[in-house]
Design a protein around this ligand. Sequence first.
Ligand code: HSE
Length: 440
Amino acid sequence: MPEKVTLAVAGLGTVGSAVLRQLRDNADVVAARCGGRRVEVVAVSARDRNRDRGVALDGLAWHRDALELADVEDVDIVVELVGGEDGVARALIEKALRAGRHVVTANKAACAHHGVAFAELAQAGGVQLRFEAAIAGGVPVVKSIKEALAGNRIRELRGILNGTCNYILTNMTQSRCSYGEALAEAQRLGYAEADPTLDVEGVDAAHKLALLSTLAFRHRPAFDAVQVEGIKVVTQEDIGFAREFGYEIRLLATARQHDGNEIEQWVRPALVPRDSLLAHMQNARNGVSLRGDFGGNLFLAGDGAGGEATASAVVADIIDIAAGRRVFPLGEALSSLPECSALPPSRSQGCFYLRLHAADRAGSMAAITRELAAAEISIERIIQTSTPAHDGDAQAHAGRLPVALLTHETREEVMRRVLGGLAERRDIVASPLLLRVEAR
Ligand code: HSE
């Protein structure tokens, strides 16, 4: 093997800068783990040449056009940290793979949408495409599924896959700050995407889930099959009710294999038991639980966002390639990966949290329970308060009684039908909220 491996890095934002710093500060560890090969960055591309990144860029070839990095002579690995589903990021990945370079990327959007095309190029060119950093930052979940659990049939995976949303929800819970204040702080800390709507609307987590489901359940990525709902619907009142029921609200990503190999994938705010490992994920922590048929239950946790944690995963991928380790980009040869057979939403079922505000008059509560009973939905617990106990907005709630309930297991389709019926009643004077409850 040659004594060094050379890199071109596109994107020197929070993650790219941290990759350069890690390669500099831990050069001895990195080289040792590459069997003595030095890892050398030779070329970079970023918008602003003069920004202080805490790392010297002297001696590196600077390219304004990231696509040029695929042409730099003798570059072994192109590291794509530009981000975005299409545009420069996608073009660079494809060009680099076609040029016979290995690619390491943190780009969940591009991999979730174009993963098959990328994998085809990588397989055809006999090069590696690695994306550990795309999912859950520093948590080695891709490697765990593709390698550590390689001989298992995964039965279920659940995760908190977006640091920004977790930061917002845990801060709204702990310090009772507003959604806007928590989001601004998450952005300041560098957790959020350039466009934070991708985070808060659940799209970022859905990209990650689509990739994890691909690896775990052995199908081609199917982003469009992921049911997605963001966190903006969650209020202080819901956080308070959830706590009274013994739960925390998290943006939960879930993929399950049902009979007949149908895959259910969703990302949505959900209630998780307060004593569960998922509920213990605070701030930008990510956590993933996996159930393998032989490996049993595993839980991986760590920092899911931020420069250093994500850089740690990028550098691990670089080391794997430099050390000559080979894995299929999507876990196995594309020829053995079928399209995803998605569970029709009408067959999805679970337990639910329903919150609504009922008119403060005789019969309102009876109307709610009657609608549920008519649909054969059984209530597990119910709370009605006579004051706006959880959000303190007394004026907005004048004449309304907040009601929250948990149901036993039922089909979501039936639950939504009931909700539609309730929303049309005069007794219900504010938009109801329906969330999943993950009891285990
Ligand atoms: N915006 C992402 C998050 C960064 O908040 O989790 C890591 O993918």
